[in-house]
Design a protein. Structure first.
Length: 434
């Protein structure tokens, strides 16, 4: 194999290769043998036709066509090993093959690839992010301890038949707004810890002092920021009937109880507080980072520029997104167009094809920009990072690392992709939030 010409343009590169003549003649002989096995000539058994007879019967074009198919693959394998081959700059899946010259003595092949475009990334050190450093106070730690104790509480029937703060109450209720029942405003045998503040403000305090089988009308006002907007700021009344009252008996948070928790390096109450402080802080950091991801990715896409859009990448990404949308639309029993308009505000005023192409282009820009930033910041994921990640999740769910790997499909490459992106977002936040 000899590379006779390299035509490098802005968007593509073409390698013209002249196949070694000896190798080309050998492939023609192999082609004749292959075609002979498919021939049926009267007087000869299949596979036993003399080569001279075969050559007389076979069309030269057919022989050269058969031989060139195999030679293209073999020559490509040699090309990618050649020092002149710009491996890191070409888009592998963009390959187009053209036969330049072909006869019994010469085979010239052109291998055409699209090139990755140059990308100018946004100044990721000067982004406007809403991220705020989290903090943890003692009240949050106490709440976490109470949640832990709640798993082992005992409900003791009350001797004094009257609701007090901290009791567990079983009751029926029916709610009205403007004297009309409203959806979700009715339940039977509902259990509520008085003082948990899990109901509408003012509801639980009005239950204090009630007894078994007693009824009462409770008047409240839904908060202005209530999740159901149609009920926000509305006045409501609830007819309640008390079915049962029990005292909540929580275990004592002593060293004996703490030892049963089997938390790493936690032996006493101070250790537990430090452990929970760290865990709550990590959880808040993850939440805040997750909340900044959209801001970061949007800033990268909008602020980064490529000098051209590779069609092979665009077509491939459009196909991937379209397959995903098709699957989810089918699950939702919607057309693709209806699905994207329902789930993506950017699709409301444009055609599906326009939205699809825009989404694919943004993914390509984001992927290329993130890869460049990762290289510039020299971010890396080690095997220890992967191992620590598995262990962290195992600790969180209190199961073995082997079980976590089995549940996640034991795919280290996928974990590495997640971790490198996680490192990238954390580093960008660090560079922008002082």
């Amino acid at each position: 194999m000899k590379i006779t010409n390299i035509d490098k343009q802005k968007q593509k590169i073409i390698y013209t290769v002249l196949v070694d003549q000896t190798a080309w003649l050998k492939q023609q002989e192999i082609a004749i043998s292959t075609l002979a096995k498919k021939m049926h000539i009267p007087g000869f058994r299949p596979g036993k036709v003399p080569s001279g007879v075969i050559k007389d019967k076979l069309d030269l074009v057919e022989i050269l066509k058969e031989a060139s198919h195999k030679t293209v693959d073999l020559t490509y394998a040699e090309l990618v090993k050649d020092s002149a081959f710009e491996r890191g700059k070409i888009i592998p899946n963009s390959l187009k093959v053209t036969i330049g010259k072909i006869d019994q003595q010469i085979l010239e092949i052109q291998y055409e690839f699209e090139l990755f475009p140059d990308i100018q990334v946004v100044d990721y050190r000067k982004l406007k992010l809403s991220y705020k450093h989290p903090h943890v106070d003692s009240k949050e730690i106490d709440q976490e301890i109470n949640r832990m104790l709640q798993k082992d509480v005992m409900l003791i029937p009350k001797t004094n038949d009257e609701i007090v703060m901290g009791d567990m109450v079983n009751f029926d209720f029916k709610g009205y707004i403007d004297d009309k029942p409203f959806p979700g405003g009715e339940a039977k045998d509902y259990e509520l810890e008085i003082g948990s503040n899990s109901f509408i403000p003012g509801f639980e305090s009005q239950m204090i002092g009630l007894k078994r089988n007693q009824t009462k009308t409770i008047n409240v006002q839904f908060p202005a920021d209530y999740h159901a907007k149609e009920m926000a700021n509305k006045s409501a009344k609830f007819e309640v009937k008390i079915n049962d009252i029990k005292t909540i008996q929580k275990p004592k948070m002593d060293e004996n109880y703490i030892s049963k928790l089997q938390l790493p390096n936690v032996k006493n109450h101070a250790d537990l507080q430090a452990y929970l402080h760290k865990r709550i802080l990590e959880r808040k950091e993850e939440q805040n980072i997750h909340g900044s991801v959209d801001e970061i990715t949007q800033a990268i896409v909008e602020g980064s520029k490529i000098d051209f859009m590779p069609l092979s990448l665009l077509d491939s990404e459009k196909k991937r997104i379209d397959e995903l949308v098709t699957k989810r639309a089918s699950e939702s029993k919607l057309t693709k167009e209806a699905y994207v308009k329902q789930h993506h505000s950017s699709a409301k005023d444009v055609s599906y094809e326009h939205w699809l192409e825009k989404q694919a282009a943004e993914v390509i820009i984001l992927t290329m920009a993130m890869s460049k930033i990762i290289r510039e910041l020299d971010l890396q994921v080690t095997e220890q990072d992967v191992s620590d990640h598995y262990q962290k999740i195992a600790n969180m769910y209190q199961i073995s690392v082997e079980e976590i790997k089995k549940h996640l499909g034991n795919d280290p490459d996928r974990v590495k992709d997640y971790l490198i992106q996680d490192k990238l977002f954390k580093k960008i936040i660090e560079l922008n939030i002082k």
